[in-house]
Design a binder for this molecule. Structure first.
Ligand code: ACO
Length: 402
């Protein structure tokens, strides 16, 4: 019943664009997306080439420093990260304060905020050197924090990082290793996880990245801004979708595996029933990351002794959806998260950790976007306008008269 056009006239030149469907909040040189053509590039390099030929740390450098590194630059970058993987001992006790069933995303975002308390003399968002070391600390310590969040949830002792391993191997070793059992990282698993991190590393002004920028625009420090981004990512419409996909597939299997009847429920728009892992604000074509992940899922799951029945359900769902007018007319295609959960599950991660893995991958993008904003002379505090639709002026009524 609200006359929006009258309100717009009254407020002058305020634009109403709920959900920022068509409003750019910034210029950026980091990531290019053509949603209609299904194209994604980081600093001009196609995602397909980066996924196949690069490494997560190389891509992180590219995002954070504009250009691909030389061998020496990459070594220096990796070495800097390597020496910062340890958490302060006090941080280790921090994890014991949470209940064992705490969601790891809540633990991780809290721990990232807590990290800043150890570096209070190096948080100035306007000092490039302090920003650089904050970025290195975050890159180095987030895998340790993520592994601890998992270890805490299963009541295992918290290991120390072992810097003789590379970035992803160190994380896998901390997550799945035990002091009592020899644990060897499967190089194939490490390679696929590294590639998945590349696919998640940036995606321009998505919900969590916009959050990181908005918080940073108030000159909050990098830790505070990234922690806010992690919380945004936890939502099921954003990073939480990878876990929601697996829950959806498991539910379909429990209900007898009838994919068609599930699709009918989606099409009937039953409350809370969506085809998770489908649809995207920007891609109106196959998400290029989803195509790469689908191939990786097939590869990863073919190595299992028993193939995962959920993969078969996912294939069926995709096939039905891609030939159904409901999805075709709305341009709904699988997004990056449709198949990632199946891979993470095959790697041994519990569902609750899936979104944490997304955060590990997205971290260099957040850092790069935050830094780009801070270095932009046109940057100012983010402060959206609104159209007020509440009550007109009225007289206060004393409490005994209400
Ligand atoms: N299942 C069923 N219907 C859908 C889906 C879906 N997954 N996604 C969109 N639709 C429908 C909507 O109901 C709407 O239909 P209508 O026109 O009849 O009302 C139409 O498609 C347009 O959808 P919007 O909600 O307007 O699209 P929006 O851009 O706002 O949302 C989003 C994008 C949040 C990703 C949405 O597609 C969704 O909820 N998908 C499932 C969750 C998901 O996979 N999120 C991960 C996103 S990618 C990422 O963060 C890595």
């Amino acid at each position: 019943g609200i006359d929006v056009s009258a309100l717009l006239k009254e407020t002058g030149f305020v634009t109403l664009d709920q959900g920022f469907v068509n409003t750019a909040s910034t210029t950026s040189t980091i990531t290019y997306i053509d949603g209609d053509a299904g194209i994604l590039r980081y600093r001009g390099y196609p995602i397909e080439q980066l996924a196949e030929r690069s490494s997560f740390l190389e891509v992180s450098y590219l995002l954070m420093h504009d250009e691909l590194p030389t061998p020496q630059q990459l070594k220096d970058f990796a070495d800097k990260i390597r020496v910062h993987t340890l958490l302060q001992e006090e941080m280790r006790t921090f994890f014991s304060g949470f209940p064992r069933d705490a969601h790891p995303m809540a633990v991780v975002s809290s721990a990232v905020t807590a990290l800043s308390t150890f570096y209070q003399d190096a948080l100035d968002p306007l000092d490039p050197e302090q920003v650089e070391i904050s970025g290195i600390r975050l890159m180095a310590k987030l895998p340790t924090i993520a592994a601890y969040a998992y270890k805490k949830s299963i009541g295992h002792p918290l290991p120390y990082p072992d810097n003789s391993f590379d970035y992803v191997e160190n994380f896998l070793r901390m997550t799945f290793g035990l002091p009592t059992v020899q644990y060897d990282v499967d190089p194939k698993v490490a390679k696929i996880l590294d590639m998945l991190f590349i696919l998640h590393a940036d995606h321009e002004q998505n919900c969590s990245t916009s959050t990181v920028r908005l918080v940073g625009s108030a000159q909050a420090n990098l830790f505070a801004s990234v922690s806010a981004g992690i919380n945004a990512l936890s939502g099921p419409l954003h990073g939480g979708a990878n876990a929601a996909v697996l829950e959806m597939l498991e539910q379909i299997r429990k209900d007898g595996g009838d994919v068609n009847s599930f699709v009918t429920r989606v099409k009937n728009k039953e409350k809370g029933v969506k085809l998770m892992g489908f649809g995207h604000r920007v891609y109106k074509n196959y998400d290029p990351r989803a195509a790469i992940v689908k191939k990786a899922a097939q590869e990863m799951l073919s190595t299992l002794d028993r193939p995962d029945p959920l993969l078969e359900l996912a294939f069926q769902l995709e096939e039905i959806a891609l030939s159904d007018d409901y999805f075709v007319s709305r341009k709904l295609y699988p997004n990056v998260d449709f198949y990632t959960g199946l891979i993470y599950k095959a790697m041994g991660f519990p569902t609750k950790m899936f979104t944490v893995l997304f955060a590990l991958g997205r971290l260099p993008g957040w850092i790069a976007q935050w830094t780009e904003m801070m270095n932009d002379p046109a940057n100012k505090i983010g402060r959206p306008r609104q159209l007020y639709t509440g009550s007109p002026e009225r007289e206060f009524v004393a409490i005994d008269k209400r």
